[in-house]
Structures are given as C-alpha cells and as structure tokens.
Ligand binder design. Structure first.
Ligand SMILES: Nc1nc2c(ncn2[C@@H]2O[C@H](COP(=O)(O)OP(=O)(O)O)[C@@H](O)[C@H]2O)c(=O)[nH]1
Ligand SMILES: [Mg+2]
Length: 316
C-alpha cells in the first residue's frame, strides 16, 4: 500500500531486500509494539500517548517524536479517519515524508570527474563503506579511483588498498604521515590524467582526540578539491555507526560545522537495534541519509529508500 501511495513498483530490488533484512533487530524491538498500539479498532487519545512513548523509547528523539505524532494526529482529524488501521498508514506516510531527501544525490549527475569525501570517526566504517561504494559504482559502469586520505595510520592505507583490490579499482596513496590534502591533489590529477576516472572517492582520518586539527585537515581537503575541480567536493558523506543511536547525531554536529557534510551513510544497521534513530537524522541535521551499511561484506550496502525503510520497520 505504502509503495503504491508513493508511486513505487511493488517488486523489490536487491537494495530493498538488504534494508529489510538489516532492520530485523530494530523491527523486533520496540517497533513491534507500535504495530500493536494500532490494533485496537478505534483511534483514541490513549493511542497517541502510547505512540509518543513508544517512539521515544525507540530512539526517535523527543522533537521528532512530537512532530511525527502531531502531524499524524492532525491528518487523522482533518481526514476524519476513525479506524486505527487507517491511522497507522498515515503514520507511515508521515515517516516517509520525514526521511525524504530534498535534493538528488550528486554521485550520478553527469560530469567529467565527481569527487566524494568520506568523513567520520575511526571505527564508524569509512574504509569498508568506500570499498562497497567503489564496487557499486564500478558495476554501474563508472571508472572509480580511491584516494587514501587517512594517512595518520599506516594500517589505514593498507586497509584501503585491500578494499580497492576486492572491488577491483585503483588506489592512490602516499607514505604514512603525508599531507592528506596532497594525497587528494595527486589523486585528482591521476583521475584526470593517467587513470581517466570519473569518480574519485576519498578516505579521511577520523581521530577525534585531536578534533581541531582533524577539522582543519578536512577543510583543507575540501579547498584543494574545489580549486582543482568545479564545485568539488560534490558530496561529503558522513559515516555514522547506527548502533550508537542518539550519540551519532551529536557526533554529526561536530563534523557538520567543519566539513560541509551533504549526506549521511549509516553503517551497521544489521547489528543494531537502534535503527529508529534514522527517523531523527534528517530533522535534527537537515541532511538526508543516502546509504546504509547492511553487513561486513563488499555487497552489503544499500541506497537508502524511505518507503522501504518504513515498511521494514513497521511492516507493509
Ligand atoms: N555489521 C557491520 N559491520 C560493519 C559495517 N560497516 C563496517 N563494519 C565494521 O566496522 C569496523 C570498522 O570499519 P572500518 O571501515 O575500518 O572503519 P573506519 O575506521 O571508519 O575506516 C570493521 O570491523 C567493519 O567490518 C556494516 O554495515 N555492518
Ligand atoms: Mg579507515
């Protein structure tokens, strides 16, 4: 029903299945109770109170919960809805609206070279996700190059090289300790000249112990990209670990101030029961979720789709 309302095809894509399966832990938690709140026949004041409580417990966040309950209740009243089954559908529609991006993802826009920066704290899943993105776009016919911009640790460069090999794409790297902006400069040159690439994805460091330096480093990388390529970086994607729930949102605010984040990649959705936090991200940060990590393997990435996500949480 939700699919039809939003004009989506009924048959599921591989990404739909990945999202649905990775939501299992979240769905079987508090979200399973939301379904039962709507099982009574008639809409009542009690129902709205129970819904509010459940959403807060489900990591949706206070402001977003209030907005969601209010917009759902308003529509239920305006449209004269009585059956809770119909109110449930309205709730789902309001959730989808909350998640929808206002702009297109820039990666697939036609241009000679698209530059993407991937930022986030250590352990959030940056390098892994870059490998997954590389494979995804390579399979879509793009010529992908990776830049090893986390030069702080030798292991980080090696790790990106391993993911590059797995995905079958080139990695541009320099010695540990070199200037990440210089690595990016080289990688842009290489993409434009010898490698003839049209998509450059850049890894970055994530050591929050030295936050000021890190943010300066990221700003410098953005500036270098902008000087060499018109309007670059075209996307700056912040990787957040879904299992950190509300903390992920606080973390994001720090990065947003410095690095002009344009989209969120939420990793480890499969190993978390806190998927409800996704509903809060767009409202709190004004930035859409673009991809979700659904496992540790190369293929475990899905483009974020609000309708699939809401159906995955609350059923179809
Ligand atoms: N279950 C699961 N684990 C993930 C996912 N993405 C990354 N990881 C794991 O998170 C850990 C840190 O990943 P890494 O890419 O090294 O993070 P980085 O420090 O930000 O570059 C690794 O053990 C990954 O296998 C995901 O979507 N699901
Ligand atoms: Mg890394």
């Amino acid at each position: 029903m939700l699919r039809r309302l939003f004009g989506r095809k009924e048959e599921k894509t591989a990404d739909d299945v990945r999202i649905e399966e990775s939501l299992q832990k979240t769905r079987s938690g508090i979200f399973s109770q939301i379904g039962s709140i709507f099982q009574d026949n008639e809409v009542s004041d009690e129902l709205w109170e129970e819904l509010e409580e459940a959403l807060i417990v489900a990591d949706v966040g206070m402001d977003t919960t209030m907005e969601l309950v209010e917009s759902t209740r308003d529509r239920v009243q305006q449209e004269g809805v009585r059956r809770s089954e119909d109110a449930y559908l309205i709730l789902k529609q309001e959730m989808v609206k909350l998640l929808q991006a206002d702009e297109e993802l820039q990666i697939e826009e036609p241009r000679i070279l698209t530059v993407v920066l991937v930022v986030g704290v250590n352990g959030s899943g940056k390098t892994t996700t870059i490998g997954k993105l590389a494979l995804r776009y390579k399979e879509k016919g793009r010529k992908v190059v990776l830049a090893a911009g986390d030069t702080f640790r030798a292991a980080a460069i090696d790790q990106l090289q391993i993911w590059g090999e797995r995905a079958g794409v080139d990695v541009i790297a320099q010695a540990p300790g070199s200037d990440p902006a210089a690595v990016l400069f080289d990688a842009i040159r290489a993409s434009q000249e010898s490698r003839n690439a049209d998509l450059l994805i850049t890894d970055t460091a994530g050591r929050l112990q030295n936050k000021f330096n890190l943010m300066q480093e990221l700003e410098k990388m953005s500036r270098v990209a902008a000087k060499q390529v018109h309007r670059a970086p075209h996307e700056t994607l912040l990787v957040l670990d879904a299992s950190t729930g509300q903390n992920a949102i606080l973390q994001a605010k720090g990065f947003m101030e410095a690095s002009g984040v344009t989209g969120i990649i939420l990793t480890k959705l499969d190993s978390s029961a806190k998927g409800g936090a996704v509903l809060n991200i767009k409202k709190q940060l004004g930035i859409p979720v673009r991809f979700v990590g659904t496992g540790e393997k190369l293929g475990d990435l899905a483009e974020f789709e609000p309708v699939t996500f809401v159906e995955g949480l609350l059923g179809e």
